[in-house]
Design a protein around this ligand. Structure first.
Ligand code: GDP
Ligand code: FO1
Length: 306
């Protein structure tokens, strides 16, 4: 069994590769849920949805989130009525949020709902939220503390970042199946997701980091950083705020207590020695995951390394 830890759009690129290269029944995907928030009274789980739509072959390749060819009629009308429309919920995507919010109100857990949705969409692999309990990433900026989506989407990640916290994480429990799948996995892959706001919350859920330290599985990360910058998004700002070097070395050192191997960009080959000094094997390859071919190739390379 192969366990993948992931956030949304970046991690989904590699998840898509594994979806096409591995046996679906061998995959367990553990998703960040600390980006979840409430919009128009609906519970939105962006990373879970990005991964679910990716696994179902429904994702929007250009945007990286949402459903391909979705329309935005409801959101436009919400805007006309004076409602907020900065978070682009598509009409088809809204069905997921309505379904999830109603089932949560009826008392189902986020993992039960995720399981129901993935089965309805014909996905054979298991998708697990990191936790069924509410955890919320908060970003401290010079203008005060705001939620992750306020910072990332509404504010277009322009603000300076002082601190990142995960409200509720100390008291949350891993979702059912999370710790067992890590313990029983033959390998765990840390997708090239934001190390602070996507992988970070997963690792902070009580029990997950120690399960990673204790498992016999090989643990492999793919760097989201090339030549001192992320491929996309604000990972550099978050890493700097956390005092982590913005480089593939910084990523490796953030995972040093459990990581077996890291895949880094060919352009970063001068970092190999320094990373291997941490006791982490290092392999260079092309880790740009732009095309479907890239995504499948990197998944195949990882399977071969295992
Ligand atoms: P989010 O939840 O939508 O922010 O997505 P993730 O956290 O899963 O992924 C964001 C990270 O993906 C960023 O730090 C990017 O640097 C990384 N990323 C995006 N595209 C690529 C790519 O093509 N290759 C690699 N190696 N990393 C990428
Ligand atoms: N990201 C954006 O940058 N702008 C959006 O309007 C937006 C809408 C959206 C709707 C549904 C969904 O599942 C994801 C969406 N995302 C959007 C992506 C999301 O904000 C981020 O990828 C993650 O939260 C980062 O982990």
């Amino acid at each position: 069994m192969l366990v993948l830890l992931t956030g949304g759009t970046g991690g989904a690129k590699l998840v898509q590769g594994f979806n096409l290269e591995a046996r679906p029944e061998d995959l367990v995907i553990i998703c960040n849920t600390a980006d979840d928030f409430v919009f128009h009274g609906l519970h939105i789980s962006p990373d879970l949805d990005t991964i679910t739509y990716t696994m179902a072959g429904l994702s929007d390749a250009a945007k990286g989130w949402g459903i391909r060819d979705d329309t935005f009629v409801v959101l436009d009308w919400l805007g006309r009525l004076g409602g907020e429309s900065w978070f682009k919920l598509g009409d088809r995507d809204l069905a997921t949020h309505i379904m999830r919010s109603n089932l949560l109100r009826e008392g189902l857990t986020l993992s039960q709902i995720t399981e129901r949705i993935r089965k309805r969409l014909g996905i054979e692999s298991i998708i697990l939220p990191m936790s069924d309990d509410r955890v919320e990433t908060r970003i401290e900026t010079p203008n005060g503390e705001i939620s992750f989506q306020d910072y990332f989407v509404r504010g277009r990640w322009r603000d300076e970042v002082h601190r990142i916290t995960f409200t509720g994480v100390e008291k949350c429990r891993p979702a059912p199946g999370v710790l067992d799948s890590i313990r029983e996995a033959s390998a765990v892959i840390l997708c090239p997701s934001n190390p602070i706001t996507s992988i970070g919350p997963i690792l902070t859920v009580p029990g997950i980091r120690s399960a990673l330290r204790e498992t016999r599985a090989r643990i492999i990360a793919v760097s989201p950083i090339i030549r001192g910058m992320p491929y996309s998004g604000p990972a550099h700002k978050f890493m700097a705020a956390m005092g982590i070097e913005v480089s593939a070395f910084g990523v490796a050192s953030a995972y040093r207590d459990f990581l077996t191997l890291i895949l880094i960009a060919l352009e970063d080959s001068e970092l190999m020695r320094k990373i291997e000094g941490l006791g982490i094997q290092t392999v260079t390859t092309s880790i740009r995951l732009e095309s479907l071919d890239d995504r499948r190739r990197v998944a195949r390379e990882l399977l071969a390394l295992l």
